[in-house]
Each structure stands twice: as structure tokens, then as C-alpha cells.
Ligand binder design. Structure first.
Ligand SMILES: [Zn+2]
Length: 336
């Protein structure tokens, strides 16, 4: 069987003809297998959805109970038969509930990894490499210049800034699913025990993380209570990246703008957004994680979905691995 007969790209997304399902489709389809709950991968309106419990729960929180007609939970490692195709979900280490999807038929196994990372993250199950013939990888940070620093050292930089500027409110822009909770968890791990204020857009998902046993410490709503001018002074306020530089931040004491993103490696991006304290914290693999992972899967062929495909494709060629870009559209990575 040729790999393309098992999985190939269509305008809706990655399609498996023998199993008649799509992986992370960007348009409504009959049956969708979803790697994780980020909005560009998990859309509402499919007739049937197969995903991990956490991904289904987060989709319900975001889209409401009627986001699909039929839901099925995929347990990690469990083999599910779909039209003679064996499908299984494996941890991706990206956000809570994130999974790679292995698709297998007639002795051929393809793994669609969705988004993934290998750096430590206490808020989700660590990535597990799955041996396969074809590995489908993202390439958000697929350039050798991207090497992410140790996450705790970035958290310590924020703690240090709080000590240095106790009169200023530290507004941290962080993607509301995954990054925000990881940042909070990291601050706890470096000894920041004070209550952390969170923007309303983060409340439901953060509460859900806590309900799944992820320790985030004391969280309080970032409301307008308190005396104007000293509100939030010396405190961490976590909010979606879109509020940085927005009027919303002006309710707090001399706001200091912090952004937690892999893109903060690029100083110009930090400057453009008026970020005073850029924290390099990513939920996507850096160059070393991507290339190490490709090796560990033992794949003889690599398909690259979104990001900087060229350098990864070239690296594969040099290392004797057949590789090509898939040119899937509809996936974004700006805020992550
Ligand atoms: Zn994602």
C-alpha cells in the first residue's frame, strides 16, 4: 500500500479513504479525528468527533454541547478499528489532552503528530515517540535558529522582574489554552505562591485544568476592584496576548507588558508589540526537538504540515529521509 492511499491532503484536511475520516479538518466533515483543542485544529460542526476526553471536554467548553452530533472518547494507546484501519492516540506533550494519531493498515503505519513539543510541561502528558513508516510533523519553529531555553529559567526572569518592580502590574500575554496554564504552573514551580490574577477569557479553561488535577495554585479574577493606581502592583496578571497594549491593561498600576511565546526569540517581534519582558516559552518543538523526534520515530518518510517546511525538508534529505511539504492550509501558530 502506498502511503498516499492511506492518508492524503484534501481541501478539508488530511483524509483517510479506507477509514473515511479526516484528521483535524478545517471544514465540517462526517467524521473528524482531532489531535488537540486549539481552535485551528478543533472546529465545531463535524457530524462525528473522535478525540481524547480532555480535547472533547475543552471543545464543549468553547463551542457548547452541540459542537458535534456524536462524540467518541479515544483512550491513549487504545486501538480503534475504523473501516479496517487501526487508529490509536498517543501523547503529544503540546497542551492538556493533545495527542498524535497513528493510522495503520496492511502493515503501513503513518503518525500525524498534530502540534507537539519535548520540553518539560507539568500541565500535560509528555510526548511519546511512536515508531512509524511515515511521520507527519509540524514545523512552526523549523529553523536551526530556534532553540528554546529552559522553561524554568524563563519563569525565573519573570519572578526577578516582580522583585525589581514591585510597584508595577506584570501583564503576561499567553495563549488561553495551554500556554497560560503552563506559565502559571511554571511560576509555582519557581516558588511564586501569591495569587495570580487571570483575565475572564482564561477562567473556564484554567478551572478545567484544575479539575483534571493540574496544580495552578490560587487564581483570582482580574477584576477592577481595588484602588486605581495600585491595582495589580507587584502581581502577575495573565491574559490573552490580544490585550497587550490594549485599553484593558490601563486599569492596572503602571502595566509592564510580558509576552510568553516561542516567537519572543525574535527581538523585532517583541519590539513591534511593545513587549518589555519577552519570555521565550513555546508549546511547539524547537529545531532540536523536531529533528530528534524525526530520528526517534524511525520513519523513512516525513511529511511536513505547517510552519517553515523548507529547512526540515532539506535536513531530512541530508539525512537520507524522503520528505516533502503537505501545504495544508488553515493552521495558525502566531499566538502559541
Ligand atoms: Zn496547537
Amino acid at each position: 500500500m502506498k502511503p498516499e492511499a492511506l492518508l492524503h491532503s484534501r481541501p478539508e484536511g488530511l483524509y483517510c479513504p479506507p477509514g473515511n475520516f479526516f484528521i483535524d479538518p478545517v471544514r465540517p466533515v462526517e467524521r473528524a479525528l482531532i489531535t488537540h483543542a486549539h481552535a485551528d485544529h478543533a472546529r465545531a460542526g463535524h457530524a462525528a468527533v473522535l478525540a481524547t476526553r480532555e480535547t472533547l471536554d475543552i471543545m464543549r467548553l468553547r463551542y457548547g454541547g452541540d459542537f458535534t452530533k456524536s462524540k467518541q472518547v479515544a483512550e491513549l494507546g487504545e486501538r480503534i478499528d475504523l473501516g479496517g484501519v487501526a487508529v490509536s492516540f498517543h501523547p503529544a506533550g503540546h497542551v492538556l489532552g493533545s495527542a498524535q494519531i497513528a493510522v495503520e493498515a496492511k502493515g503501513l503505519r503513518i503518525v500525524a503528530s498534530g502540534d507537539y513539543k519535548r520540553h518539560p510541561d507539568a500541565t500535560c502528558t509528555p510526548f511519546e515517540p511512536v515508531t512509524c513508516d511515515v511521520f507527519i510533523t509540524e514545523a512552526t519553529f523549523g529553523l536551526p535558529v530556534f532553540v528554546h531555553p529552559d522553561p524554568e529559567s524563563e519563569a525565573r526572569r519573570l519572578a526577578e522582574s516582580l522583585r525589581q518592580f514591585p510597584e508595577r502590574a506584570h501583564i503576561v500575554g499567553a495563549y488561553s489554552l495551554g500556554k497560560a496554564q503552563r506559565l502559571i504552573s511554571l511560576m509555582r514551580s519557581v516558588g511564586h505562591d501569591a495569587p495570580i490574577l487571570i483575565h475572564g477569557a482564561l477562567a473556564k479553561i484554567s478551572r478545567y485544568y484544575q479539575g483534571r488535577g493540574i496544580k495552578l495554585g490560587k487564581l483570582e479574577p482580574a477584576t477592577v476592584e481595588g484602588i486605581a493606581g495600585t491595582r495589580g502592583a507587584g502581581q502577575i496578571i495573565v491574559a490573552p496576548p490580544s490585550v497587550l497594549g490594549d485599553r484593558w491593561t490601563r486599569r492596572f498600576a503602571d502595566p509592564l507588558s510580558v509576552f510568553a511565546s516561542g516567537w519572543m526569540r525574535i527581538r523585532q517581534r517583541a519590539r513591534q508589540r511593545g513587549v518589555e519582558l519577552p519570555l521565550i516559552l513555546s508549546d511547539h518543538g524547537d529545531w532540536n526537538e523536531l529533528t530528534r523526534t524525526i530520528r526517534e520515530t524511525g520513519a523513512s518518510e516525513v511529511w511536513v504540515t505547517h510552519g517553515r517546511e523548507e529547512a526540515i525538508v532539506r535536513w531530512c534529505a541530508i539525512n537520507g529521509i524522503a520528505a516533502r511539504p503537505l501545504h495544508l492550509v488553515g493552521y495558525e501558530d502566531e499566538a502559541e
